[in-house]
Design a protein around this ligand. Structure first.
Ligand SMILES: [Zn+2]
Length: 301
Protein backbone atom coordinates (compact mmCIF):
# COMPACT_ATOMS: atom_id res chain seq x y z
CA UNK A 1 0.00 0.00 0.00
CA UNK A 2 1.12 3.45 -0.68
CA UNK A 3 1.09 6.37 1.65
CA UNK A 4 -2.15 8.20 1.35
CA UNK A 5 -1.53 11.30 -0.68
CA UNK A 6 -5.09 12.37 -1.15
CA UNK A 7 -4.50 15.60 0.64
CA UNK A 8 -2.30 16.87 -2.17
CA UNK A 9 -3.86 19.62 -4.20
CA UNK A 10 -6.84 20.00 -1.95
CA UNK A 11 -9.01 22.96 -2.68
CA UNK A 12 -10.17 24.20 0.67
CA UNK A 13 -13.41 25.84 -0.11
CA UNK A 14 -16.96 25.53 1.07
CA UNK A 15 -19.75 25.31 -1.42
CA UNK A 16 -22.99 27.12 -1.14
CA UNK A 17 -24.99 23.89 -1.09
CA UNK A 18 -22.97 22.30 1.67
CA UNK A 19 -24.06 24.33 4.68
CA UNK A 20 -25.15 21.24 6.60
CA UNK A 21 -21.98 19.32 5.86
CA UNK A 22 -18.58 20.70 6.71
CA UNK A 23 -16.91 19.25 3.64
CA UNK A 24 -17.72 17.97 0.17
CA UNK A 25 -16.17 15.57 -2.32
CA UNK A 26 -16.96 14.61 -5.87
CA UNK A 27 -17.32 10.84 -6.20
CA UNK A 28 -18.13 8.40 -8.99
CA UNK A 29 -18.66 4.65 -8.91
CA UNK A 30 -17.96 2.42 -11.87
CA UNK A 31 -19.47 -0.70 -13.45
CA UNK A 32 -21.57 -2.94 -11.22
CA UNK A 33 -20.91 -0.83 -8.13
CA UNK A 34 -23.70 1.36 -9.46
CA UNK A 35 -26.12 -1.43 -8.52
CA UNK A 36 -25.84 -0.31 -4.90
CA UNK A 37 -26.53 3.37 -5.48
CA UNK A 38 -29.68 5.40 -5.61
CA UNK A 39 -30.77 5.83 -9.25
CA UNK A 40 -29.78 9.48 -9.44
CA UNK A 41 -26.23 8.64 -8.38
CA UNK A 42 -25.56 5.90 -10.91
CA UNK A 43 -23.04 6.35 -13.74
CA UNK A 44 -22.35 9.98 -12.84
CA UNK A 45 -20.07 12.02 -10.65
CA UNK A 46 -21.97 13.50 -7.74
CA UNK A 47 -21.20 15.67 -4.76
CA UNK A 48 -21.20 14.07 -1.33
CA UNK A 49 -21.01 15.98 1.88
CA UNK A 50 -19.49 14.71 5.09
CA UNK A 51 -18.40 15.83 8.51
CA UNK A 52 -15.11 15.21 10.20
CA UNK A 53 -12.27 13.32 8.64
CA UNK A 54 -13.65 9.89 7.65
CA UNK A 55 -11.75 7.07 6.03
CA UNK A 56 -12.72 6.56 2.41
CA UNK A 57 -13.99 3.08 3.28
CA UNK A 58 -16.57 4.55 5.65
CA UNK A 59 -17.65 7.11 3.08
CA UNK A 60 -18.11 4.43 0.41
CA UNK A 61 -20.09 2.14 2.70
CA UNK A 62 -22.26 5.04 3.86
CA UNK A 63 -23.47 5.19 0.26
CA UNK A 64 -24.47 1.51 0.35
CA UNK A 65 -21.50 -0.06 -1.40
CA UNK A 66 -19.85 -2.91 0.58
CA UNK A 67 -16.08 -2.59 0.70
CA UNK A 68 -15.74 -6.20 -0.47
CA UNK A 69 -17.04 -5.09 -3.85
CA UNK A 70 -14.29 -2.50 -4.24
CA UNK A 71 -10.86 -3.18 -5.59
CA UNK A 72 -9.46 0.18 -6.61
CA UNK A 73 -9.97 3.65 -5.24
CA UNK A 74 -8.47 6.72 -6.80
CA UNK A 75 -8.43 10.01 -4.96
CA UNK A 76 -7.27 12.87 -7.08
CA UNK A 77 -6.06 10.20 -9.53
CA UNK A 78 -3.83 8.51 -6.97
CA UNK A 79 -4.47 4.94 -5.79
CA UNK A 80 -5.20 4.78 -2.08
CA UNK A 81 -6.18 2.16 0.48
CA UNK A 82 -9.36 1.95 2.53
CA UNK A 83 -7.89 3.84 5.47
CA UNK A 84 -7.10 6.94 3.48
CA UNK A 85 -8.82 9.97 4.99
CA UNK A 86 -11.14 11.94 2.82
CA UNK A 87 -10.71 15.69 2.59
CA UNK A 88 -12.80 18.49 1.28
CA UNK A 89 -12.53 18.89 -2.47
CA UNK A 90 -11.27 15.36 -3.18
CA UNK A 91 -12.23 13.76 -6.47
CA UNK A 92 -12.87 10.08 -5.82
CA UNK A 93 -13.25 7.21 -8.32
CA UNK A 94 -14.30 3.80 -7.06
CA UNK A 95 -13.90 0.63 -9.13
CA UNK A 96 -15.14 -2.92 -8.59
CA UNK A 97 -13.06 -6.03 -8.05
CA UNK A 98 -11.02 -6.77 -11.14
CA UNK A 99 -10.67 -10.49 -10.86
CA UNK A 100 -10.37 -10.74 -14.62
CA UNK A 101 -8.00 -7.87 -15.13
CA UNK A 102 -4.46 -7.71 -13.92
CA UNK A 103 -4.06 -4.38 -12.17
CA UNK A 104 -1.09 -5.36 -10.08
CA UNK A 105 0.88 -2.39 -11.41
CA UNK A 106 -1.72 -0.26 -9.68
CA UNK A 107 -1.96 -0.44 -5.94
CA UNK A 108 -4.97 -2.29 -4.67
CA UNK A 109 -7.11 -1.88 -1.60
CA UNK A 110 -6.75 -5.56 -0.71
CA UNK A 111 -4.32 -8.45 -1.06
CA UNK A 112 -4.04 -10.20 -4.39
CA UNK A 113 -7.20 -11.86 -5.65
CA UNK A 114 -7.65 -15.48 -4.86
CA UNK A 115 -6.22 -17.47 -7.75
CA UNK A 116 -7.81 -20.73 -6.77
CA UNK A 117 -11.14 -19.47 -5.62
CA UNK A 118 -13.07 -21.20 -2.92
CA UNK A 119 -16.35 -20.07 -1.48
CA UNK A 120 -18.51 -19.95 1.59
CA UNK A 121 -22.20 -19.26 1.10
CA UNK A 122 -24.87 -17.86 3.34
CA UNK A 123 -27.90 -19.86 4.31
CA UNK A 124 -30.02 -18.56 1.42
CA UNK A 125 -27.79 -19.97 -1.29
CA UNK A 126 -28.02 -23.73 -0.94
CA UNK A 127 -28.85 -24.42 -4.54
CA UNK A 128 -26.04 -22.18 -5.74
CA UNK A 129 -23.69 -24.13 -3.47
CA UNK A 130 -24.68 -27.29 -5.32
CA UNK A 131 -24.06 -25.73 -8.69
CA UNK A 132 -20.66 -24.42 -7.65
CA UNK A 133 -19.64 -27.85 -6.39
CA UNK A 134 -20.95 -29.34 -9.59
CA UNK A 135 -18.64 -26.97 -11.47
CA UNK A 136 -15.74 -28.12 -9.28
CA UNK A 137 -15.35 -25.21 -6.86
CA UNK A 138 -14.60 -25.85 -3.22
CA UNK A 139 -17.75 -24.51 -1.57
CA UNK A 140 -18.74 -24.51 2.09
CA UNK A 141 -22.41 -24.36 2.87
CA UNK A 142 -24.64 -25.14 5.80
CA UNK A 143 -28.22 -24.11 6.23
CA UNK A 144 -27.57 -22.93 9.78
CA UNK A 145 -24.47 -20.77 9.45
CA UNK A 146 -24.50 -17.74 11.73
CA UNK A 147 -23.27 -14.47 10.26
CA UNK A 148 -20.32 -14.41 12.61
CA UNK A 149 -19.24 -17.89 11.52
CA UNK A 150 -19.58 -17.00 7.86
CA UNK A 151 -17.45 -13.90 8.24
CA UNK A 152 -14.73 -15.56 10.30
CA UNK A 153 -14.55 -18.63 8.05
CA UNK A 154 -14.31 -16.41 5.01
CA UNK A 155 -11.42 -14.49 6.55
CA UNK A 156 -9.68 -17.46 8.15
CA UNK A 157 -9.85 -19.79 5.16
CA UNK A 158 -9.58 -17.07 2.52
CA UNK A 159 -12.89 -18.03 1.01
CA UNK A 160 -15.01 -15.69 -1.07
CA UNK A 161 -18.18 -14.99 0.85
CA UNK A 162 -21.27 -15.12 -1.36
CA UNK A 163 -24.36 -13.71 0.22
CA UNK A 164 -27.70 -12.04 -0.36
CA UNK A 165 -27.13 -9.93 2.75
CA UNK A 166 -25.39 -6.66 2.03
CA UNK A 167 -24.77 -6.03 5.71
CA UNK A 168 -22.69 -9.18 5.97
CA UNK A 169 -20.23 -7.81 3.44
CA UNK A 170 -19.77 -4.66 5.45
CA UNK A 171 -18.03 -6.53 8.24
CA UNK A 172 -14.45 -5.39 8.30
CA UNK A 173 -13.07 -8.92 8.67
CA UNK A 174 -14.49 -9.86 5.27
CA UNK A 175 -12.05 -9.00 2.50
CA UNK A 176 -13.40 -11.10 -0.37
CA UNK A 177 -17.10 -11.19 -0.92
CA UNK A 178 -19.83 -10.68 -3.42
CA UNK A 179 -23.47 -9.75 -3.13
CA UNK A 180 -25.44 -12.18 -5.29
CA UNK A 181 -28.04 -10.16 -7.18
CA UNK A 182 -30.32 -12.77 -8.73
CA UNK A 183 -32.68 -15.00 -6.77
CA UNK A 184 -32.58 -17.68 -9.47
CA UNK A 185 -29.94 -20.35 -8.74
CA UNK A 186 -28.88 -20.84 -12.34
CA UNK A 187 -28.64 -17.10 -12.86
CA UNK A 188 -26.65 -16.90 -9.63
CA UNK A 189 -24.17 -19.41 -11.02
CA UNK A 190 -23.79 -17.31 -14.16
CA UNK A 191 -23.28 -14.22 -12.03
CA UNK A 192 -20.49 -15.80 -10.00
CA UNK A 193 -18.74 -17.29 -13.04
CA UNK A 194 -18.79 -13.92 -14.76
CA UNK A 195 -17.95 -11.92 -11.68
CA UNK A 196 -14.81 -13.86 -10.84
CA UNK A 197 -13.99 -14.93 -14.40
CA UNK A 198 -14.07 -18.61 -13.54
CA UNK A 199 -14.80 -20.10 -16.93
CA UNK A 200 -11.31 -21.53 -17.34
CA UNK A 201 -11.18 -22.70 -13.75
CA UNK A 202 -14.21 -24.98 -13.91
CA UNK A 203 -13.62 -28.66 -13.31
CA UNK A 204 -17.11 -30.07 -13.59
CA UNK A 205 -18.13 -33.12 -11.64
CA UNK A 206 -15.04 -33.26 -9.48
CA UNK A 207 -16.70 -32.86 -6.09
CA UNK A 208 -19.49 -34.53 -4.20
CA UNK A 209 -22.44 -32.20 -4.51
CA UNK A 210 -23.58 -33.13 -1.04
CA UNK A 211 -20.27 -33.14 0.89
CA UNK A 212 -17.90 -30.96 -1.12
CA UNK A 213 -15.37 -33.81 -1.01
CA UNK A 214 -13.24 -34.76 -4.05
CA UNK A 215 -14.62 -37.87 -5.72
CA UNK A 216 -12.49 -40.91 -6.38
CA UNK A 217 -12.75 -43.23 -9.33
CA UNK A 218 -13.83 -46.73 -8.47
CA UNK A 219 -13.90 -49.91 -10.54
CA UNK A 220 -17.26 -50.83 -12.00
CA UNK A 221 -17.25 -54.02 -9.99
CA UNK A 222 -17.25 -51.96 -6.82
CA UNK A 223 -20.38 -50.16 -7.95
CA UNK A 224 -22.21 -53.35 -8.87
CA UNK A 225 -24.90 -54.04 -6.38
CA UNK A 226 -24.84 -50.45 -5.17
CA UNK A 227 -26.51 -48.90 -8.19
CA UNK A 228 -29.85 -49.67 -9.83
CA UNK A 229 -29.86 -52.45 -12.44
CA UNK A 230 -30.70 -50.00 -15.23
CA UNK A 231 -27.68 -47.93 -14.33
CA UNK A 232 -25.40 -50.93 -14.17
CA UNK A 233 -26.47 -51.93 -17.67
CA UNK A 234 -25.70 -48.50 -19.10
CA UNK A 235 -22.91 -46.82 -17.13
CA UNK A 236 -19.30 -47.93 -17.50
CA UNK A 237 -17.43 -45.54 -15.21
CA UNK A 238 -18.12 -44.62 -11.64
CA UNK A 239 -16.83 -42.39 -8.88
CA UNK A 240 -17.66 -42.34 -5.23
CA UNK A 241 -17.53 -39.89 -2.36
CA UNK A 242 -15.20 -41.02 0.43
CA UNK A 243 -17.36 -39.31 3.03
CA UNK A 244 -20.97 -40.12 2.27
CA UNK A 245 -20.36 -43.13 0.02
CA UNK A 246 -22.56 -41.83 -2.78
CA UNK A 247 -21.79 -43.27 -6.17
CA UNK A 248 -21.76 -41.03 -9.21
CA UNK A 249 -22.18 -42.12 -12.82
CA UNK A 250 -23.10 -40.62 -16.14
CA UNK A 251 -26.81 -40.39 -16.60
CA UNK A 252 -29.67 -38.07 -17.37
CA UNK A 253 -28.73 -35.70 -14.58
CA UNK A 254 -25.18 -35.61 -15.89
CA UNK A 255 -26.45 -34.62 -19.34
CA UNK A 256 -28.66 -31.94 -17.84
CA UNK A 257 -25.86 -30.39 -15.81
CA UNK A 258 -23.34 -30.64 -18.65
CA UNK A 259 -25.84 -28.87 -20.88
CA UNK A 260 -26.23 -26.05 -18.37
CA UNK A 261 -22.50 -25.49 -18.14
CA UNK A 262 -22.17 -25.55 -21.93
CA UNK A 263 -24.93 -22.98 -22.34
CA UNK A 264 -23.33 -20.67 -19.81
CA UNK A 265 -20.00 -20.99 -21.55
CA UNK A 266 -21.52 -20.40 -24.96
CA UNK A 267 -23.28 -17.25 -23.81
CA UNK A 268 -20.02 -16.03 -22.36
CA UNK A 269 -18.32 -16.61 -25.70
CA UNK A 270 -16.03 -19.23 -24.26
CA UNK A 271 -15.04 -22.49 -25.85
CA UNK A 272 -17.54 -25.21 -25.15
CA UNK A 273 -15.69 -28.11 -23.65
CA UNK A 274 -17.37 -29.87 -20.81
CA UNK A 275 -14.93 -32.33 -19.38
CA UNK A 276 -15.81 -35.88 -20.05
CA UNK A 277 -15.98 -36.84 -16.45
CA UNK A 278 -18.78 -38.58 -14.88
CA UNK A 279 -21.60 -37.60 -12.87
CA UNK A 280 -24.26 -39.10 -11.01
CA UNK A 281 -25.65 -39.35 -7.72
CA UNK A 282 -27.45 -41.47 -5.24
CA UNK A 283 -26.86 -44.99 -4.19
CA UNK A 284 -29.11 -47.93 -4.54
CA UNK A 285 -29.40 -48.13 -0.79
CA UNK A 286 -31.34 -44.89 -1.05
CA UNK A 287 -33.54 -46.33 -3.75
CA UNK A 288 -32.09 -44.17 -6.54
CA UNK A 289 -32.93 -44.69 -10.16
CA UNK A 290 -32.15 -42.92 -13.40
CA UNK A 291 -35.45 -41.13 -13.37
CA UNK A 292 -35.06 -40.26 -9.74
CA UNK A 293 -31.71 -38.70 -10.53
CA UNK A 294 -33.47 -35.82 -12.20
CA UNK A 295 -34.73 -34.80 -8.82
CA UNK A 296 -31.40 -34.92 -7.06
CA UNK A 297 -28.33 -32.73 -7.24
CA UNK A 298 -28.04 -29.05 -6.46
CA UNK A 299 -31.72 -28.56 -5.74
CA UNK A 300 -31.60 -31.13 -2.99
CA UNK A 301 -28.71 -29.89 -0.91
ZN1 LIG B 1 -20.41 -37.02 -0.32
Amino acid sequence: MTTCVASKGIVWRKREDSRRMASMVSIRFYAELNDFLLPEKRQVSFSQGFNGWPAVKALIESLGVPHTEVDLILINQESVDFSCRVRDGNRISVYPVFEALDIRPILRVRPEPLREPSFILDTHLGRLAGYLRMAGFDTLYQNDYADEALASASAGEKRILLTRDRGLLKRSVVTHGYLVRSDNPQEQLKEVLHRFDLFNAMKPFRLCIRCNEPLRAIPATEAKGSVPRQVWEQARSYKSCPVCGRIYWKGSHYQKMAGLISRIREKAGRAVCVTDELQHDRTAKEGGSIDAEKETGPDRL
